[in-house]
Write a protein that binds this ligand. Structure first.
Ligand code: PHE
Length: 339
């Protein structure tokens, strides 16, 4: 009988199971009410005295072996289940992680920020919901000034003092109110105008505006800075400043870049002239400086503003401005390899 018990010990130690049910069947077989162990314990009284000790030890070893086996198998199976719960089937082939791409507006914005931070400009931001003072009045556009019509404004109906900013020039006002010269800052952001939506224009778009205020800042400094900018961004160093009008700058100019007339698309985007308008600029009007508590006798400065959307369309051959706000993944995915 002792040999039989020793066999059972070896069997119990060698036992393996894949499921909880198998473990339970094993437990019942060995440790259950009518299981092997209880049968052997009942047998104890029939064992000859001189064998009692050896028999007892063998039965106890079997009991321990069976109990240990049940416990370890249970633990093993439970931890396997846990792993499955968190990670699923670990032997499954991996799924590729779909990496996102930066939005072309962000790519171009970051490029422009880099270019200007290299020459000492910091970045400033302001609210998209503005008040009349920062968007218009401080910028030399008093109430009833006809130039207010240059930019079709979205007003908040219940309060004409609250509007969606029409340009990032409002950030310059905020910056000058808080900082005294020397000032070198660029302000990127979204702006809003009540315009019909088409492939070329949208009711919201993005601008980046630069402001430089110090002693003896001249128009030549403005031109040089813009030329540095277009050379860095487009690799084009030929620019032209066409006289224009903005209420907040005097004199004012439109910035044209000479794009060239080498390819068919050069003809298309420059309308056959070779020149491409990218924004406006000028010397900050002394009234604006005074409105922002900067002494216009001591300081002068220049400002410029360019449209990020148009530049992104140009640099990435995007032919419809609406694509920039539709969030179509098939469009956005194409910018994975960009910065
Ligand atoms: N704020 C002007 C616009 O939105 C652009 C501009 C900025 C012009 C700075 C001159 C100086 O049209």
């Amino acid at each position: 009988m002792i040999d039989k018990i020793k066999e059972l010990i070896a069997e119990a130690e060698a036992f393996t199971a894949q499921t909880k049910e198998e473990v339970e069947a094993f437990r019942i077989q060995y440790l259950g009410k009518k299981g092997l162990l209880n049968q052997y314990f009942a047998e104890f009284k029939n064992v000859a005295n001189e064998q009692k000790k050896e028999f007892g030890q063998a039965v106890n070893t079997l009991k321990k072996a069976a109990e240990d086996k049940v416990n370890t198998l249970k633990e093993e199976l439970e931890s396997k289940e846990e792993v499955k719960g968190v990670y699923g089937d670990l032997s499954r082939p991996g799924e590729p992680v779909n990496l996102g791409a930066r939005h072309p507006i962000s790519i171009v914005k970051n490029q422009i920020i880099d270019i200007f931070s290299n020459i000492g400009f910091n970045v400033s931001e302001g609210p998209e919901i503005e008040d009349d003072w920062h968007n218009f009045t401080a910028l030399n556009l008093p109430e009833y000034h006809p130039a207010r019509d240059m930019q079709d404004t979205f007003f908040i109906q219940t309060n004409p003092d609250v509007l969606l900013r029409t340009h990032t020039s409002s950030v310059q006002v905020r910056y000058m109110e808080k900082n005294q010269p020397p000032i070198r800052t660029i302000s990127p952001g979204r702006v809003y105008r009540n315009e019909a939506i088409s492939a070329r224009s949208h009711c919201f778009f993005h601008q980046i505006e630069g402001l430089y205020i110090d002693k003896e800042v001249s128009f030549a400094d403005l031109k040089q800075t813009l030329q540095y900018f277009t050379t860095q961004l487009f690799g084009k160093s030929k620019i032209r400043l066409r006289p224009s009008y903005f209420p907040f700058t005097e004199p004012s100019a439109e910035i044209d870049v000479y794009w060239g007339l080498e390819t068919e698309s050069d003809y298309r985007i420059t309308k056959g002239t070779g020149w491409l308008e990218i924004g406006g600029c000028g010397m900050v009007d002394p009234n604006v400086l005074e409105n922002c508590k900067i002494d216009s006798k001591e300081y002068s400065g220049f400002a410029f503003g360019v449209g990020i959307d148009r530049i992104a369309m140009l640099l990435h051959q995007i032919n419809d401005i609406r694509l920039l706000s539709e969030n179509d993944v098939r469009f956005l995915e194409q910018f994975k390899s960009a910065l």
